[in-house]
Design a protein around this ligand. Structure first.
Ligand code: GAR
Length: 210
């Protein structure tokens, strides 16, 4: 089973979905380390409750991004991590860090990329009168929220939706999309070719959650 490290900043509900999926006997991955950059990240507590090593690496106690990221990287490598999952990790990572994990780092983003990179995705989908919203799990590249897509989940926008109601509907789909994408990577089925992610032996619809 592939050894996975998860980076969180907040509630960690996506981390929980990965922990729950890892508990299945057939799971091709195990979560071995959870790192948070904020002391109040509930994800730290979720990890401890699951018996997983959890560490706070507070970005505010470092002089700059490089030293902060060096501490993240050292913790991941010391734990023998093979795949990194960003799960509501709200610090931008430099190219130097990202390039050390090329093809082995996933992020989940609450929009159908390439629409709505960055923040406030649900408000922007509503402002654009989108009929469909969703989430994306993608490989991380130095360009923020622009890496190759692995799995996407569709979410209808309903009359009267607010950013909060749309976020609540979207996160349910995130919790299904992230374990699926991680399993694909852990099974070594995801290939990076000319900036695109291709999936070995892809079955129709496998990368799409409805
Ligand atoms: C999720 O909706 C995730 O997609 C989003 O933060 C939330 C974290 O929730 N990520 C981003 O916006 C990344 N830019 P969680 O802590 O409960 O998993």
């Amino acid at each position: 089973r592939r050894r996975v490290g998860v980076l969180v900043s907040g509630s960690g509900s996506n981390l929980q979905a990965l922990l729950d999926a890892a508990a299945a006997p057939e799971a091709p991955f195990e979560i071995v380390l959870v790192l948070a950059n904020r002391p109040d990240a509930y994800g730290l507590e979720r990890a401890r409750l699951a018996g997983i090593e959890a560490r706070l690496i507070d970005h505010r106690s470092f002089a700059g991004r490089e030293t902060f990221e060096a501490a993240l990287d050292a913790a991941l490598r010391e734990a023998g991590v093979e795949i990194v999952c960003l799960a509501g990790f709200m610090r931008v990572l430099t190219a130097g860090f990202v390039e050390g994990w090329t093809g082995r780092m996933l992020n989940i983003h609450p929009s159908l990329l390439p629409s709505f990179r960055g923040l406030h995705t649900h408000a922007r989908a509503l402002a654009g009168s989108c009929a469909v919203a969703g989430c994306t799990v993608h490989l991380v590249t130095p360009d923020l929220d622009a890496g190759p897509v692995v799995v996407q989940g569709l979410v209808p926008v309903l009359p009267g939706d607010t950013p909060e109601s749309l976020a609540a509907r979207t996160i349910e789909v995130e919790h299904r999309a992230y374990p699926r994408a991680l399993a694909m990577l852990a099974e070594d089925r995801v290939r990076l070719e000319e900036g695109r992610a291709t999936l070995a032996d892809e079955r129709p619809g496998e990368r799409l959650l409805l």
